[in-house]
Structure formats: C-alpha cells, structure tokens
Design a protein around this ligand. Structure first.
Ligand code: ACO
Length: 347
C-alpha cells in the first residue's frame, strides 16, 4: 500500500511524505492489568498523618492498587500483554519485538522485557526496556512505530508497567498517597487504510532531573547498609515545582502534536492525559480549551501508575466505548527526567 492509497482526511498525516515504505502503525489491541489489593485513602489515614479530604482535594485520588509481595512488574506486564494480544488476535509466537517502559524493573538486569518474553512465551521476539518514567509509554510507542513503518517488524508489543509501591517511602505523606501499581499494553501492527499513530512529540530537560528522582540503587549510589538506612532507595519529589512543569510541558507537547496534524482540540474525540493528579489534568484541559467530556480520567481509582498510566486509561477508554474506529485521540504524558510527550492517533 502506498501512502497515497490512504483514505482522504480532514487532518494532515505528518509522516505521509516520508513514508516511502507505504506502511502506517496502528494499535490493534490494548489491555491492562491492576493488582487486586486496593489501598484506600482511609487506609492511608491509618499509616501517615493525612486525610481523605486532603488527598481528594489536592489530587483527586480515592484509592490505588498494590501488587502482592510475590507479584512483580513483569507479572503486571504479562497480565496486560495477554489481553492486548487476545484483542489483536496475535499469538506469542508472532510477536517480533517487546518494549517495556518502566522505572521499577524486576531487577536492574536482565530487562523486564526479557522476563515478560519468558512469561508469555514470545520466544521469537527481541526484547528491551526503556526508561522515561511516566512518559515511557509514548516514548515506547514512538520507538515501536519506527520498526513497523520501516518494515523491520510486523507485530510489536509495547507495555507500560510499574510497581511503584516498591520504591515509595510509606512513611512520607508527601509522596506515598500519590502512587499505585499497574500495567497497560498495546499491540502495534500495520493496518492497511488506517493512519494510526499520526505523530508523537517527545521532549526532555535533564537540567530538572532533581525534581523527581531516586538517589540510590544505581552506579552513583549502589546499595549499602548505610544507603538503605538513609532511605536513598525511595522516590524523592519536589511536588510544587513538578506540578508547574507538568502543566506547561503537557500543554506545549499537546499543542505541538495537534499543530503537526493541522487540527484543533474540537477534532479530538478523547484526550488521555497522564493520570498523576486531577488538578494537573483539569489545568491542562482548560488551557487546551477542551470540554470536560473530552478528558478521560481514572486517577481516582489507581493514582499515578507512571508508565502504565495512559496505557491503562487507553484500554479503559476503548473498553467503555469512549473511542471508536476512526476517532482521533490525544495522549499527553509527563514524568521524571524531566520528560514529556504527546501523540495523536487515528483509532
Ligand atoms: N496529607 C496531608 N498534608 C500533606 C500531605 C498529605 N498526604 N502531603 C503534604 N502535605 C502538607 C505539606 O506538608 C504542606 O504542609 P505545610 O504547608 O505545613 O508545609 C501542605 O500539605 C501543602 O503542601 P503543598 O506542597 O502546598 O501541596 P500542593 O497543593 O502542591 O499538592 C502535590 C501537593 C499533590 C504533591 C502536588 O504538588 C502535585 O501533585 N505535584 C505533582 C506530583 C506529580 O505529579 N508527580 C509525578 C510526576 S510523574 C512521574 O514521573 C512519577
């Protein structure tokens, strides 16, 4: 299929003029998985000096899911991946490549993607992880689409998965109320006559890496009895500055993605922002001129699940019928790094 055989549209496909291979990249299947255990705001009131009222008004979060002690990021990823494969009608044997976006890999190496490959039996697949914190799912989608459009691979599995409960300090009320565990997956293929992933904006600013980080566990600060006693293996965050940067970066990325496709916000059927905080979602939505019913929100159920966040939301939006074939959707992400991104997809 040549790009000129794609259906005429009222939006621009920014990739069409470079698409000499005549392929596009579509999401054929989505899936998500969250652990069974629910941690409510009332539970947190018994753990730290906080209140349901504070958490709800500052973040919109009511509860989050926690993985069991013997349930790891690769297990969460496998739960989501199996559903995405089923929806796409793709067997494990058919998968060419697995990309897992995570900041909480089962271990530093091997990659969680390799562990996932074993769990689902995708023995033909190449596998690697990427790390762009909460922006990881869009970064991974954009990497995956290069392999599909270049005809290198036909079936690419992209998973955002995080077990943030493993790096949260459960005595720090500033952070522990915000995060949860989960995974979301997408199976990407060339779907003839569909534009699919129209564009993805990716950005980063390493000068702001100290706003959100985990000091211990890497080559800079390997684990010692002292580093563990000092709590260096927990996530650290400057909440207020992160908030401000998130709103600005998400807004700019979303505007750039829509500009590339020559569309305005009214053309978007469903906006799926990173689910970190309801106030961030509303601030970005307002500045984009979006109507409240365009925004997909599930932060009240899961808190911030990092790389899994927009992937879980995408799966729930599809399952609930909010998105139909041919609709334009806008994903917007932001995370540690700092990193950010936005993608416009013809569903
Ligand atoms: N319960 C009760 N009080 C609390 C809690 C809590 N859980 N946490 C903080 N407080 C207190 C603070 O100590 C502070 O008290 P003080 O005034 O006596 O010092 C007070 O509440 C106000 O704190 P603020 O920082 O002003 O609260 P703010 O309105 O900024 O909300 C929040 C804090 C929710 C953390 C917000 O800043 C936020 O959401 N920031 C962005 C976080 C985020 O999205 N991070 C993830 C990025 S993506 C990734 O890659 C993981």
């Amino acid at each position: 299929m040549s790009p000129s055989s794609l259906p005429a549209t009222k939006f621009k496909n920014p990739r069409a003029k470079y698409n000499f291979q005549g392929r596009t990249c579509s999401i054929s299947g989505v899936g998500s998985y969250v652990p069974r255990k629910v941690l409510t705001n009332a539970d947190l009131e018994r753990m730290v000096d906080t209140s349901d009222e504070w958490i709800t008004t500052r973040t919109g979060i009511k509860e989050r899911r926690l993985a069991a002690q013997d349930e790891f990021t690769s297990d969460l990823a496998a739960g989501a991946a199996r559903k995405a494969m089923k929806m796409a009608g793709v067997t494990a044997e058919q998968i060419d490549l697995i990309i897992v976006a995570t900041i909480t890999p089962d271990m530093l190496f091997p990659s969680t993607a390799c562990l996932l490959q074993r769990l689902i039996g995708a023995r033909r697949a190449a596998a690697f992880d990427i790390e762009a914190a909460c922006s990881g799912f869009i970064y991974a989608l954009e990497i995956a689409q290069q392999f599909i459009m270049s005809r290198t691979y036909d079936n690419v599995l992209v998973v955002g998965a995080d077990k943030l409960s493993s790096i949260v300090n459960w005595r720090d009320r500033n952070t522990c109320v915000l995060f949860g565990d989960g995974a979301g997956a997408a199976l990407l293929q060339n779907r003839p006559h569909s534009h699919g992933l129209l564009t993805a904006v990716m950005g980063a600013d390493g000068n702001k890496s100290d706003l959100l980080f985990m000091p211990g566990g890497g080559s800079r600060c390997p684990a010692t009895a002292q580093s563990v006693a000092s709590g260096l293996h927990f996530l650290c965050m400057e909440g207020k500055e992160t908030f401000k940067n998130a709103v600005q970066a998400m807004l700019t990325a979303a505007q750039e993605a829509m500009r590339r496709c020559e569309i305005d916000i009214d053309r978007i059927k469903c906006i799926i922002p990173h689910q970190a905080n309801l106030r961030i979602i509303q601030a970005v939505g307002e500045r984009l001129g979006a109507k409240p019913d365009q925004l997909f929100v599930n932060v009240h159920k899961y808190g911030n699940t990092s790389a899994a966040s927009v992937a879980i939301a995408l799966d729930e939006a599809v399952a609930s019928g909010r998105i139909q074939r041919g609709d334009l959707i806008l994903l917007i992400v932001f995370g540690a790094g700092l990193t950010w991104g936005a993608a416009v997809i013809e569903w």
